[in-house]
Write a protein that binds this ligand. Structure first.
Ligand code: 13P
Length: 260
């Protein structure tokens, strides 16, 4: 467990109607209220953001969007950064589902990162290798290239000042039940931190929070949260029910308390 404040974020992806989202958000708010030392954030679908925001108001639970487009204009179906400013704290960009199912490339993700900073929004930048890249031993090269491309021309201090986060999510571990080995995730995340340090200096690297994501569940959460480089989790499937999500927050808090 690191000195940085861990963050457990639930990425609800394309799940939950607005009433269902409100119900789960209310449950989370109540359940995590007494838990100290861990930040919690929820990332519902766009249409539930406002209703969930009302549910979270007065609580310490953060709110994130799952995607964003670059600007306002004639872009049917898209959401512009200005629409999210003041509405949510975080915006996930570069998720592997956006990269690989919706064809988003590093250049677009870099532009999204820059526009988020210009609109006072904290990015959660996701990076991760595909199964075949992992099997070819290319993991470090792939995530390093994604990180460098993502931060091209970006003010790292501004990223940190806004609370920006990186999430390492190996594509083969997402929604598969096959999580990465904890020490392996720790090593890759350590490498990402080193690269961030090469760009912005050692203090910036030390301050940066990097989450692990990919089949995190109550049965394996300790394996990740025990690692010194890992500052929380970005959780898909296990964030959709309180019974699975709450233990992730509780265990992270317990492990953190044990190291203090
Ligand atoms: P799962 O937890 O369902 O594997 O999803 C991880 C993820 O993609 C979070 O962004």
């Amino acid at each position: 467990m690191s000195k940085r404040r861990p963050i457990i974020a639930g990425n609800w992806k394309c799940h939950k109607t607005v009433p269902e989202a409100v119900e789960l958000a209310a449950q989370v708010v109540q359940a995590v209220a007494p838990i100290q030392g861990v930040e919690v954030a929820l990332c519902p679908p766009f249409i539930a953001l406002n209703a969930v925001r009302r549910e979270l108001s007065g609580s310490a639970v953060g709110l994130g969007a799952q995607n964003v487009y670059l600007e306002e204009g004639a872009y049917t179906g898209e959401i512009a950064p200005r629409m999210l400013t003041g509405l949510c704290d975080y915006v996930i960009i570069g998720h592997s589902e956006r990269r690989h199912q919706f064809g988003e490339d590093d250049q677009l993700i870099n532009a999204k990162l820059r526009t988020l900073l210009a609109h006072d929004l904290a990015p959660i930048l996701c990076v991760g290798e595909k199964l075949e890249q992992n099997e070819r031993g290319e993991t470090e090269a792939v995530v390093a290239a994604q990180l460098r491309a993502g931060f091209k021309g970006v003010d790292g201090q501004r990223f940190l000042a806004l609370g920006g986060i990186i999430a390492y999510e190996p594509v083969w571990a997402i929604g598969t039940g096959k999580a990465c080995h904890g020490p392996t995730a720790n090593r890759i995340i350590g490498r990402l931190r080193q690269l961030f340090g090469d760009l912005y200096g050692p203090e910036a690297a030390e301050a940066l929070r990097i989450q692990y994501g990919g089949s995190v569940k109550p049965a394996n959460v300790d394996e990740f949260m025990e690692q010194p480089e890992i500052d929380g989790a970005l959780v898909g499937g296990a964030s959709l029910q309180l019974e699975a999500f709450l233990p992730l927050v509780q265990r992270t808090a317990a492990l953190r308390a044990a190291t203090e």
